[in-house]
Write a protein that binds this ligand. Structure first.
Ligand SMILES: *[C@@H]1O[C@H](CO)[C@@H](O)[C@H](O)[C@H]1NC(C)=O
Ligand SMILES: *[C@@H]1O[C@H](CO)[C@@H](O)[C@H](O)[C@H]1NC(C)=O
Length: 319
C-alpha cells in the first residue's frame, strides 16, 4: 500500500515535470522565407543540426551542410532534399578538429558563393579523450572552440558583404561548469590523464562560445552582422553517446529531454526571427533571451580569450 502510494506520487510528479518540459520548450513562430539566402550549418548531418538545416531548406534557403563524415553528410543532404523539395542543399567536407580543413572549407566557400546570410555554428562534441589535435591543441577545445572561431573569422568578410546577416552559436547550459578560464591551461597543459575532466573541458569550451559571441558583437557593431548564442535544451541525441555514464543518464532522462526538432527551435528562431534583426551578443534558451553565467558576461575575459585564440590559430586579420 505504502509502496503503491509512493509509486503513484512519483509517477504523478514525473508526469507533471514532463508536461512542464513540453509546455515551456519554445517553438520558432516565424514563417519567414529565405529564398535567395545562403546558410551554412556545421554538423548539419544529424540531431539538431539536421533539423535546423531541414527547416531552413524548407524556407527556401540555399543550405550547405558542413560536416566531417561524407557518407552521413550526403545521406542527410538527400533526405533534406526529398523532405523539403528544395534541391539547393549541398554537402561540403569540414573537420573542425583540423585548422587546415577549416581553411580549405572557407576558401572553397569564398570561391563558390557570392553571399552568406546565416552561419550556424552547431557542431560540437562532448567527451573527447585527453588528446591533442594535429595542430597541437586540445582536441575538444579545437572542435568546439578554436575550429569554429577560425571558421567564423574566415567567413566574416562574406557575412559582412551580405549584411544584414547572422551568426548563431550553439552553446550549452553546460557553460556553467566551465567556471573560470585558466589561460595557462587552455589546452589542458597542466592536466594529466588522471586529472583531466571531460565535464570541465566541455564546460569551458561552451563558456568560450558565449564569450566569443560577446566579443564578436563588440567588433561587429555597425556592420549589420549579428551574433547570438544559445542553449538548445537537453536533447536525446548522439552527443556523448560513447561515454557510458552519459548513455545511462540520457536513457533515464529521455522522457524529459527535447526531441531534436524541439532542440532546433531556438537556433532556427535566432536564424530567422525578424524581431531579432538588431539583437546581438545575447544568449537564448527556449526561444527567449536569458542571462548566461557571470563568467560568460565578462567582457575583459572575452577580449583576452579572443586575443589568445587569434594567436593560437594563427589568424591573420586582413580586413
Ligand atoms: C561515416 O559514417 C558511416 C555511416 O554512419 C560510418 O559507417 C563510417 O564509419 C563513418 N566514417 C568515419 C570516417 O567516421
Ligand atoms: C561562436 O562565435 C564566435 C564569433 O561570434 C566564434 O569565434 C566562436 O568560435 C563561435 N563558435 C561556436 C561553436 O560557438
Amino acid at each position: 500500500m505504502f509502496l503503491l502510494a509512493f509509486l503513484i506520487i512519483n509517477f504523478t510528479f514525473a508526469f507533471l515535470i514532463w508536461v512542464y518540459c513540453k509546455l515551456t520548450c519554445g517553438v520558432c513562430r516565424s514563417s519567414r522565407h529565405l529564398v535567395g539566402k545562403t546558410v551554412i550549418v556545421t554538423g548539419g548531418n544529424g540531431g539538431i543540426g539536421y533539423e535546423t538545416a531541414k527547416d531552413l531548406a524548407a524556407r527556401g534557403a540555399r543550405v550547405i551542410l558542413a560536416c566531417r563524415n561524407e557518407t552521413r553528410g550526403l545521406t542527410a543532404k538527400d533526405q533534406i532534399i526529398s523532405a523539403t523539395g528544395n534541391p539547393d542543399v549541398h554537402y561540403r567536407h569540414l573537420d573542425l578538429a583540423s585548422l587546415e580543413s577549416v581553411r580549405s572549407f572557407a576558401d572553397n566557400i569564398l570561391k563558390t558563393d557570392k553571399r552568406l546570410d546565416v552561419l550556424v555554428n552547431n557542431a560540437g562534441c562532448y567527451g573527447s579523450k585527453f588528446e591533442k589535435s594535429e595542430d597541437g591543441l586540445l582536441l575538444e577545445m579545437q572542435s568546439n572552440h578554436f575550429g569554429p572561431f577560425l571558421l567564423t573569422n574566415l567567413l566574416l568578410p562574406l557575412l559582412k558583404s551580405s549584411a544584414p546577416s547572422r551568426i548563431v552559436n550553439v552553446s550549452s547550459y553546460g557553460h556553467n561548469m566551465g567556471g573560470v578560464i585558466d589561460f595557462d591551461n587552455l589546452n589542458a597543459e597542466k592536466e594529466t590523464k588522471e586529472t583531466y575532466s571531460q565535464f570541465k573541458v566541455y564546460g569551458i569550451t561552451k563558456l568560450c562560445n558565449i564569450l566569443m559571441t560577446v566579443e564578436l558583437e563588440r567588433r561587429l557593431r555597425g556592420t549589420g552582422v549579428t551574433t547570438n548564442s544559445l542553449h538548445p535544451g537537453v536533447i536525446a541525441t548522439g552527443i556523448g553517446a560513447h561515454v557510458r555514464l552519459m548513455r545511462l543518464i540520457v536513457f533515464l532522462l529521455t522522457p524529459f529531454c527535447k526531441t531534436a526538432w524541439e532542440g532546433a527551435q531556438t537556433t532556427i528562431h535566432l536564424a530567422v526571427a525578424p524581431e531579432l534583426s538588431d539583437v546581438s551578443g545575447r544568449y537564448f534558451r527556449d526561444c527567449r533571451e536569458v542571462k548566461p553565467s557571470k563568467a560568460a558576461q565578462d567582457t575583459e575575459l572575452a577580449r583576452r580569450l579572443w586575443d589568445e585564440s587569434e594567436r593560437l590559430v594563427e589568424l591573420q586579420i586582413t580586413t
